[in-house]
Design a protein. Structure first.
Length: 346
């Protein structure tokens, strides 16, 4: 049988196959390029974010170093004083001014005296007598009585003495290690009925934000208390009369009284504190006519003129991004260390 040769393919058909192959190669290449471009963009953005974050953190740590330097300088200056003290005229307490950065943006930082605030961890202790028929001085510790007065001195929230006692006792139950409910207080039986249920911490607070979980603390009360209270140091130190706010000054009253000073009396003390020179001394404050014939022995034990605990609030803007740093600084002589840090960004 004769052999039949196949006919050659038409040139147009060959060109069509080549074109299809070329289009497939082009499509595959384009898909790979798009994927590579997307990955490169993500990699670049991630690297840029990391770089800006590191740059912002470096500036914020620089602010912490400057705050440390200011506290050391203040300590050295205090050694030349006849009576060392920490007040609002010193270098660390000056109003913060934004510092422009070379590549654009700004850095600002300020120090606040944490010993000008009431330490919530003071409320863990109980008085020797819990008898409700006992005098006010026996029913509550000096710190509890002080806080009851402070709650009634808040300008944003109106509380009577019973409501203030209930808040104070609830915080005390949150802090103390036992599960025994104080009069008007709150333990696990109260929190177990919440949604979702939880338990009392029964330990010292690590943050003032824990107040939001405590019974009898409303959102309005929490916001009013936040700038006036602290949890540092966890073993409470005394209150500095030279840096205390108006509500805290109003809470300075006789040992056996559960009501704060009147508004006018408190404002008179506050004006003296903020005037040039401030209070002469703690003794001079307690000798004010408003305290005449009052027993101030217990409340005096809560007060001081010096501070060792400070809060740094620093903020930096880099490439239109804002970052914040909050550092609790402890000064011991010329040594200053950051006890805790919290960061934030917008």
């Amino acid at each position: 049988m004769p052999c039949r040769l196949s006919e050659p393919r038409h040139p147009d058909a060959q060109r069509g196959v080549a074109l299809v192959v070329a289009l497939l190669v082009f499509g595959l290449s384009a898909a790979l390029l798009v994927a590579m471009q997307s990955e490169f963009t993500l990699f670049y953005q991630r690297g840029s974010n990391l770089f800006l974050a590191e740059q912002g953190n470096a500036y914020l740590r620089g602010a912490e170093e400057l705050a440390t330097l200011a506290l050391v300088m203040d300590h050295d200056a205090d050694q030349a004083r006849a009576q060392p003290r920490d007040d609002l005229s010193e270098i660390w307490a000056q109003q913060a001014t934004p510092y422009p950065l070379d590549e654009g943006g700004w850095l600002v930082g300020s120090l606040q005296d944490l010993q000008g605030r009431f330490n919530l961890n003071w409320l863990a202790a109980t008085a020797a007598s819990a008898d409700e028929n006992a005098g006010d001085g026996a029913r509550f510790t000096p710190a509890q009585a002080f806080f009851i007065r402070l709650l009634q001195a808040l300008p944003e929230v109106e509380l009577d003495s019973q409501e203030a006692i209930a808040v104070t006792q609830a915080i005390g139950d949150w802090l103390d290690p036992d599960t025994i409910t104080r009069p008007l207080g709150a333990e696990d039986d109260v929190y177990s009925g919440a949604s979702p249920p939880y338990r009392a911490a029964n330990r010292a607070m690590a943050s003032a934000s824990e107040l939001r979980a405590v019974a009898n603390i409303t959102p309005e009360l929490y916001l009013a208390l936040l700038p006036l209270v602290t949890v540092w140091p966890q073993e409470p130190a005394q209150l500095n009369i030279h840096t205390a706010s108006l509500p805290v000054l109003r809470a300075i009253n006789a040992d056996d009284e559960l009501t704060p000073l009147g508004v006018l009396e408190g404002e008179s003390l506050f004006q003296r504190q903020r005037s040039e020179g401030g209070f002469d001394s703690l003794e001079a404050v307690l000798e004010d006519p408003v305290f005449t014939d009052k027993n101030m022995t217990a409340v005096e034990s809560l007060l001081t003129e010096n501070s060792s605990w400070f809060l740094l609030s620093a903020e930096v803007e880099v490439a239109d991004r804002t970052m914040r740093l909050y550092s609790v600084l402890h000064r011991d002589g010329r040594s200053v260390r950051a006890v805790t840090r919290a960061a934030g960004s917008l």
